[in-house]
Design a protein. Structure first.
Length: 456
């Protein structure tokens, strides 16, 4: 079978959840004799619309380079006519039997119409809330989870954090200042003024229609052309049924996990175990919406209580140039029992988790189906997670892990103390770890789905 996978960004530069999942799925498809193609955007490139082609591990990879003009327009990350023109040529060249979309950010919603004009079925895996939320995280400008789409509130939320600037030189300056000043009082005050329209830097398009309404309508129109949506969590499935996807067009099916094998003879490279010490790990992007501030505050509370028997190891990259990044670095090095371990390759995850006692996922946004939880499960590492979204769904509180109140560092510290004071509970959690679907199991399911839709 000839399959085209479409995603917003891809390996080796980008290795987060959806990119890792896509990488392992297409490789497994190729290993099983299917002709797999990946079409991705290479964002922030200095070669606008340059087409890069190469083959790796049996997979044909095509990347469309884009020097993204962030905030140059409201629809900058979902409408691109030049991308559509290139896509049309690539689609006709490959002529796949089915197209499986993993993400359309940085691409263009219009490709769904192009695909359907050729009578090619479309499968779409939902990895996050991007179709509904223009900020992806469903967090408003004050980092609180909002209740859902709304014409006025979505536009106000977007305007509180974005500037629509056509002049490329001014745009470059503003984006640089935005990165450098993020997290400062000056930055927050500027966003307040922008939100109140006290300073006018966004372009007037002349459109009478609210751009948030326009985005919603375009997303819905694109969704109508999809033959089947796959949601890796029941939480996300319910979210998108409420948003507007027909119930019979969206199924719940967890993503498969690639089972990485530890090489014989290699010892733990990351965590050196010490008697009487409980070790916790965080393995994700060091970003505000990932709850890193909550995590550090929780360990600061424990440190003030003189609890030196718990340690935290943070794995993940951060923006060293930003104010947030500098604040993170300062806070990390001020805490005696917290160690920053730097960014890591996904292939190292088993070694990272090898000697960990617990994984903590403190995200303040309702994540879909975080692969880091299943990575922990595969290594017999229980999890302590925020009590929202797909995190709370995958970790059963008190059965195979613990929940804590989202954004509540005190509650997180209490849960850490609880597992430390009750060491026997870890074995109970491990014994109740659920089955983790493998990539091979997932591929078998997808092949059946593909066959069903190519016969129709």
């Amino acid at each position: 079978m000839k399959i085209l996978y479409v995603i917003h960004q891809y390996w080796p530069r980008y290795q987060s959840g959806s990119e890792n999942y896509t990488h392992y799925i297409v490789k497994a498809m190729a290993d099983k004799g299917h002709e797999a193609f990946v079409l991705a955007v290479e964002p922030n490139s200095d070669k606008d619309y340059f087409i890069e082609r190469y083959k790796e591990e049996g997979v044909n990879i095509i990347k469309i380079h884009k020097s993204l003009k962030v905030c140059s327009s409201f629809d900058w990350n979902y409408k691109d006519l030049e991308y559509e023109k290139i896509f049309k040529e690539i689609l006709d060249e490959i002529n796949p039997e089915i197209v499986h979309i993993q993400h359309l950010m940085y691409a263009s919603l219009g490709i769904a119409k192009i695909i359907k004009e050729r009578k090619i079925p479309i499968i779409y895996t939902l990895h996050d809330l991007w179709l509904e939320c223009l900020r992806i995280t469903k967090l408003d400008h004050s980092n609180k989870v909002c209740e859902g789409w709304g014409e006025k509130k979505c536009l106000d939320c977007y305007n509180s954090n974005h500037l629509n600037i056509k002049n490329k030189y001014l745009l470059k300056i503003v984006n640089s200042l935005n990165n450098l000043l993020q997290g400062t009082v000056v930055h927050k005050f500027a966003l307040f003024l922008i939100g109140k329209r006290k300073i006018f830097l966004r372009n007037a398009s002349g459109d009478k229609k609210n751009p948030a309404r326009d985005r919603f309508e375009k997303m819905v129109k694109m969704a109508e052309k999809v033959d089947l949506f796959i949601s890796p969590s029941d939480f996300l499935r319910k979210e998108f049924v409420k948003w507007g996807i027909e119930e019979e067009k969206i199924i719940y099916s967890r993503n498969g996990m690639n089972i990485l094998k530890n090489e014989i003879g290699i010892k733990s490279k990351f965590i050196k175990k010490e008697d009487g010490i409980l070790d916790f790990v965080f393995t994700s992007q060091v970003r505000e919406h990932k709850g890193v501030d909550v995590l550090l505050e929780g360990f600061e509370i424990l440190e003030k209580k003189k609890n030196n028997k718990v340690r935290l190891f943070i794995f993940g990259g951060y923006d060293k140039r930003s104010v947030y990044g500098r604040k993170f670095k300062k806070k990390v090095f001020s805490l005696r029992n917290v160690k920053y371990m730097g960014s890591f390759k996904n292939s190292d995850i088993n070694y990272i988790l090898k000697d960990a006692d617990y994984l903590i996922l403190p995200s303040i946004w309702p994540e879909n189906a975080p692969l880091v939880i299943d990575e922990a499960y595969l290594n017999n590492v229980p999890c302590i997670v925020s009590n929202i979204g797909g995190m709370a769904e995958r970790v059963e509180d008190g059965d195979n892990g613990l929940h804590f109140k989202v954004g509540d560092a005190e509650d997180l510290a209490d849960k850490i103390e609880y597992v430390f004071n009750n060491p026997e509970i870890r074995e109970k959690f491990i014994s109740n770890i659920p089955h983790v679907k493998t990539i091979d199991e997932n591929v078998s399911e997808l092949i059946e789905i593909y066959k069903k839709h190519t016969k129709n």
